[in-house]
Design a protein around this ligand. Structure first.
Ligand SMILES: Cc1cc2nc3c(=O)[nH]c(=O)nc-3n(C[C@H](O)[C@H](O)[C@H](O)COP(=O)(O)OP(=O)(O)OC[C@H]3O[C@@H](n4cnc5c(N)ncnc54)[C@H](O)[C@@H]3O)c2cc1C
Length: 323
């Protein structure tokens, strides 16, 4: 039988860091290992929107609807967690209808103009999610790692794992896009592949953008008085769209463009749970992991320590793919 209270977590992105923190806090002896620095994987190039509103369906819908509350909980446990609660505004997406989902409301042009005073031509309607937020993803990961350490976890950076330890400890694979290759070493197929997405950083004037703005052109937010980030396809088109959408954006300039590989399960839903074929092996790999990391970390830690399945993870199990 694997030893539930000794846990090795492979990968210190936001997912592994969250699992390590919550497991250490719950009393497990945790070792967290990363090939690089904590948060240096795709987490470092995330747009990092806590985009939890509006979801009604999918295996992770209930999990996702707990995401905001889980961040508020984490903020009380880890003071000064770098989270900004700005709300999000979405407009102009193809085929979108003025319909509000959970946590959302439909607002008119005057409200958009109040929320985003620099928008040149406010849309007739937009979806406003007042409870949404965004994070500094590396900052949150580092705070989780510090929190894990404070609860006795051992953390090994710059330590690539080449063979999965089979020493009776529970091993959690949370290695993002590398998870499939690591699991394959044990003959386990985890159907997750790389999905490239591009993050752009722009120099900008203070107070240009106030919320998380999501349009057909970009996901955009202000991360510092002089800095915007956008998740979008083309730097040139994005720059042109920012300048045409916002007054005072004439001097916005592109600072960097980074394309990173998001871990994308084949059916888009999180893969979180024990691997039946290999006792003691547990997998946690998912898309939208900035949004879901606090919830997933807490639930995985509870499953690992109590041995009791968490209902919110029921739709996420690796065995849904068979084999
Ligand atoms: C442009 C862009 C925008 C995004 N926007 C959002 C968003 O708005 N909201 C949202 O929720 N999500 C968003 N995402 C997705 C989100 O960033 C990812 O889901 C999340 O960062 C994945 O975290 P992770 O911990 O699984 O992976 P990673 O951060 O990649 O962590 C995996 C870690 O495993 C380590 N590792 C790999 N192999 C080994 C090994 N052999 N031994 C030891 N360590 C190893 C790596 O070094 C890495 O640190 C976005 C992604 C991108 C690229």
């Amino acid at each position: 039988m694997p030893n539930r209270s000794r846990i090795t977590v492979v990968g210190a992105g936001i997912v592994g860091a969250s699992i390590a923190y919550h497991a250490a806090r719950a009393g497990a002896a945790v070792t967290l290992i990363d090939a690089d620095r904590p948060g240096a994987g795709v987490t470092a190039n995330s747009f990092a929107w806590i985009g939890a509103s509006g979801v009604r369906k999918g295996a992770a819908a209930a999990l996702r609807s707990s995401a905001i509350e889980e961040y508020h909980r984490l903020e009380t446990e880890l003071p000064n967690l770098p989270v900004t609660w700005s709300g999000s505004l979405t407009w102009g997406l193809p085929d979108a209808a003025p319909e509000a989902g959970p946590g959302q409301e439909i607002v008119d042009a005057a409200t958009v103009a109040r929320l985003e005073p620099n928008v040149r031509q406010p849309p007739e309607w937009a979806i406003w999610a007042p409870g949404d937020g965004a994070v500094d993803p590396v900052g949150v990961t580092e705070r989780l790692v510090e929190g894990a350490r404070a609860h006795g976890a051992e953390v090994h950076s710059n330590t690539p794992v080449t063979a999965i330890p089979r020493d009776g400890t529970t091993v959690v694979l949370a290695a993002g896009v590398a998870t499939a290759a690591l699991a394959a070493k044990l003959g386990v197929h985890i159907p997750v592949g790389p999905s490239p997405a591009t993050l752009m950083r722009f120099g900008a004037p203070p107070g240009l953008v106030h919320t998380v703005v999501n349009t057909a052109d970009f996901d955009l937010r202000q991360v510092a008085p002089d800095r915007l980030v956008a998740a979008a396809d083309s730097p040139e088109r994005t720059l042109a769209a920012i300048r045409s959408t916002f007054r005072g954006a004439e001097n916005v300039d592109l600072l960097s463009t980074r394309t990173a590989a998001r871990p994308m399960p084949i059916d888009g839903e999180p893969i979180v749970g024990p691997v039946a074929a290999v006792p003691g092996l547990y997998v946690a790999v998912l898309h939208s992991a900035i949004t879901l990391a606090p919830a997933v970390g807490r639930l995985v830690a509870r499953e690992l320590l109590t041995g009791t399945a968490e209902p919110l993870l029921a739709g996420c199990r690796p065995d849904r793919f068979g084999g």
